[in-house]
Design a protein around this ligand. Sequence first.
Ligand SMILES: Cc1cc2nc3c(=O)[nH]c(=O)nc-3n(C[C@H](O)[C@H](O)[C@H](O)COP(=O)(O)OP(=O)(O)OC[C@H]3O[C@@H](n4cnc5c(N)ncnc54)[C@H](O)[C@@H]3O)c2cc1C
Length: 251
Amino acid sequence: MNGYTSELKELIKKVEASRHARVERARKNQHFPALTMEQRKEWLNKYHPDYKSDGRRAVKVGPNKGEVFPEEVVNLLESRSRITPKNIDLTKIDYETDVLVIGAGGAGTSAALIAQENGRKVIVATKLRHGDSNTVMAEGGIQGADQEGDSPYYHFIDAMGGGHFSNQPDLVAALTNDAPVALHWLESLGLMFDKYPDGRMLARHGGGTCRRRMHSAGDMTGAEIMRVVRDEARNRSEDICGMRRETAQKI
Ligand SMILES: Cc1cc2nc3c(=O)[nH]c(=O)nc-3n(C[C@H](O)[C@H](O)[C@H](O)COP(=O)(O)OP(=O)(O)OC[C@H]3O[C@@H](n4cnc5c(N)ncnc54)[C@H](O)[C@@H]3O)c2cc1C
């Protein structure tokens, strides 16, 4: 329990004290009633950092001026740049590239590979070790409408509904239309997707989906995605260069 705040320690005690009763309820198939939409709203507004009104303020300067974010993000946006322009000599070029990718998780590394496949020289700058990312932590799976009876159209509708219709439709359309191609591309790089014995892709339901389109690699789908894209980037290291952290920070 070392390392936990006193508030967290109190919460852990509550969870431990109620564990037996909760397990008993589950055993008797007595489930807790779902919250109503009003109750959900009330709880989100009270506790969720994206909904709470306190701890947020408007940005005073820069392109985001007037937009309201959590205090910590605003402090960062309003802080002085770590770059000192007079220390940069633009007549002396250390690195030259067609594409600079900043952040090498699943998205960044894939973008680097696709740019390279299209004949571009690429530099990837990432702040931790290559692959230290959210991608590597994803367990459940990756969705794509590649099954009979499914279509990117249904995937689009599910994703828009899942986002309470607040997502950007053009981005969701790009994601859902490209998803089957992305699955195919990952498999061509060696990703070991879960399959039926006859070789067809195994697809499960994800939350709120009207078709089975969740593709997995055991319970370590993200780690498996990162394994193949990182290996591939390293195999193409003549065209995709990694920039060391210190160099990226200096810039
Ligand atoms: C525990 C967990 C489980 C999840 N499960 C699923 C799932 O089952 N299915 C699903 O679809 N999604 C899941 N997600 C969400 C999914 O993992 C992410 O949406 C997705 O991996 C994001 O990919 P990305 O490449 O955009 O970001 P990341 O994988 O986070 O990569 C961003 C990279 O940028 C680097 N970086 C950040 N800032 C800088 C900087 N200033 N300079 C240089 N580099 C920087 C980071 O170090 C990192 O390597 C899960 C997420 C988590 C955390």
